[in-house]
Design a protein around this ligand. Structure first.
Ligand code: SAT
Ligand code: MN
Length: 579
């Protein structure tokens, strides 16, 4: 049979009987008026946008300054991930672990199917085939999301390889017995009391109801590429992690790839797109962006870890993004971007706190801006954009074999205790460092902002199985023949007694990255400390930086007693008697 030409619209239906049967089964349950199989074409995207402009789901932004840019205003009760409504429904409760909410699979299916029953009446059911990772990569995995939200479809097209090519791969995989992940999503009534995000790792299935927002609804992202994939990765001997991937090119033209885990809204996008300070640029340093949120790492034949970014776009936090903090991001979101919950200026341009000195006209809810109502943009306002629009986008993001990882970096928001940077003594110590990670909470999830919580490897909301098994899985990579990355911990967020950040961050983080790569190459020195290896004096290049010697001392200060105390490592470990 001849292959379907790529430009041609995907047929209604698939050559994969199992997929057709599932779509029929879901349609029988949800009762949509129409079923649309997405082909991922420009025409399809344009017609989805036209429909959403017509019904108010999207608002057009100034097309002269921001061509192809639109604004979506979420329901005010649907603006972040909902960890308390997110479940891992493994057969055995213990497999989900203390880090996940759990429900028995039969009970969860019954609960969800009752919500889904008839929920798509009057709506279109979209079948969204997607591929996480380069379409021809052996490391990539596919899924199909069924959704009744055209906003989700449009976002999935930017965030994943979505459409006819993905469907063709799903059919090829299916013919060889390799299953796809089944994600069923409905915005339902957007009622927080009728909202659940359920994962069935043993069935490679996801059911999400009642939210149209980000990681709750774009099922390729946290649900598939982290919760389900981490479960698969453990079974198959690889790692699915909440990490950015960047390439650091040195003046000799050699590039080291670094994977870095930070909790949501702690600057992964900024670090992934870093522009080095001028003195570094003059010498030829350059940062390449492979990914800003998720990293799948596989041990290669050569013993190294090889990584792909399963995503094809960025769902980045808008507030704080500016020409100073992330010029690459600002450049890439001037066109063909979907904005969610930002404010707008009088001349209908997107605006958020930290962007510039203009005064917004309407806040994120579309009300005339009044500071008494809080920030103009929601603190978790986002942009969705194709990765290729980033000026620092690495062509290696399309390499089917991925990129070799030289260093893994863990970090969180810690106003106290944790130094600017340190290196773990070895792999096992590095796993310990990642496991003990903590961070002050952000607006990326509903709940109180700014309280310290433990977030091992930045995976607390995303690890799809028992954290004990997860740490053991990490430790298992240290075996004969392995050439593992060195592990580091960074903290850009330490504050002085007056609550001011000690470190300037953003592009200046390059100075820390240089030391990290120097350690990997054996060219940079370190000194021992109670927590790990710190940069030896003068090993951080501070040329052109206005940071005093006293501030540097505070930034690298490690206090063994403080570490062992309530605010340090031991913070919420149970007392020894409970072990
Ligand atoms: O809403 S998302 O989960 O996609 C963003 C995040 O929390 O990292
Ligand atoms: Mn994230």
């Amino acid at each position: 049979m001849n292959a379907v030409p790529r430009a041609q619209a995907a047929p209604a239906g698939s050559r994969l009987a199992a997929l057709n049967a599932w779509v029929d089964e879901v349609a029988a349950l949800t009762r949509p008026d129409r079923v649309h199989w997405c082909d991922g074409s420009d025409e399809e995207y344009a017609s989805l946008v036209a429909g959403m402009l017509a019904d108010g789901t999207l608002v057009e932004l100034d097309q002269a300054t921001h061509p192809g840019c639109y604004l979506h205003r979420s329901d005010p009760d649907d603006v972040a991930r909902v960890e308390h409504l997110t479940f891992v429904c493994s057969r055995e409760r213990d497999d989900a672990g203390p880090n996940n909410h759990w429900m028995a699979p039969e009970q969860a299916h019954a609960r969800m199917d009752a919500l889904f029953e008839g929920c798509m009446r009057g709506r279109t059911l979209y079948v969204v085939p997607y591929c996480m990772g380069p379409i021809d990569s052996p490391l990539a995995r596919c899924g199909v999301e069924i959704t009744d939200s055209p906003y989700v479809v449009a976002n999935m097209r930017l965030m994943t390889r979505m459409g006819a090519d993905a469907l063709a791969r799903i059919e090829r995989d299916g013919a060889q017995g390799r299953p796809f992940v089944r994600g069923l999503h409905s915005i339902g009534e957007l009622d927080p009391d009728r909202r659940f995000i359920m994962h069935f790792p043993e069935e490679l299935a996801i059911k999400s109801y009642g939210s149209g927002y980000g990681g709750n609804a774009l099922l390729g992202k946290k649900c598939h590429a982290l919760r389900i994939a981490s479960w698969q990765a453990r079974q198959e001997g690889w790692l699915a992690e909440h990490m950015l991937i960047l390439g650091l090119e040195d003046p000799q033209g050699a590039t080291h790839y670094i994977a870095a885990a930070f909790p949501s809204a702690c600057g992964k996008t900024n670090l992934a797109m870093l522009i080095p300070p001028e003195s570094y640029r003059e010498r030829g340093w350059k940062v390449w962006t492979v990914g800003d949120d998720i990293c799948w790492m596989h041990p290669g034949q050569d013993g190294r870890l090889w990584a792909i970014n399963p995503e094809a776009g960025y769902f980045g936090v808008a507030p704080g993004t500016s020409a100073r903090t992330n010029p690459n991001a600002l450049a890439m979101i001037q066109r063909d971007t979907i904005y969610t919950n930002v404010a707008v200026t009088e001349d209908n341009q997107p605006w958020w706190e930290g962007l510039d000195k203009r005064v917004p006209a309407l806040d994120w809810r579309g009300r005339p801006f009044d500071p008494a109502n809080g920030p103009a943009a929601h603190p978790n306002a986002r942009f969705t954009v194709s990765a290729r629009q980033c000026p620092s986008w690495s062509p290696r993001a399309e390499d089917p074999n991925g990129v070799p990882i030289s260093a893994i970096v863990f970090g969180g928001r810690r106003s106290t205790v944790m130094p600017l940077v340190f290196e773990a003594r070895d792999w096992a110590h590095g796993v310990r460092v990642g496991a003990a990670m903590g961070s002050e909470t952000t607006a990326a999830a509903t709940g109180t902002v700014g309280v310290m919580r433990r977030d091992p490897m930045a995976m607390k909301p995303f690890c799809g199985y028992h954290f004990g098994d997860y740490f053991a899985h990490w430790l298992s990579f240290d075996r004969p023949g392995a050439k593992l990355p060195k592990i580091f911990h960074v903290n850009w967020f330490r504050k002085d007694e007056d609550g001011r950040f000690l470190w300037p961050g953003f592009g200046e983080n390059m100075r820390v990255l240089e030391w990290i790569v120097g350690r990997v190459e054996g060219a940079a020195d370190a000194v021992d400390s109670p927590i790990g290896l710190l940069p030896a004096p003068h090993m951080l290049d501070l040329d052109g930086l206005d940071v005093s010697a006293e501030t540097m001392r505070q930034l690298l200060y490690v206090d063994a007693e403080e570490l062992a105390s309530g605010s340090g490592w031991a913070a919420d470990l149970p007392p020894p008697s409970q072990h």
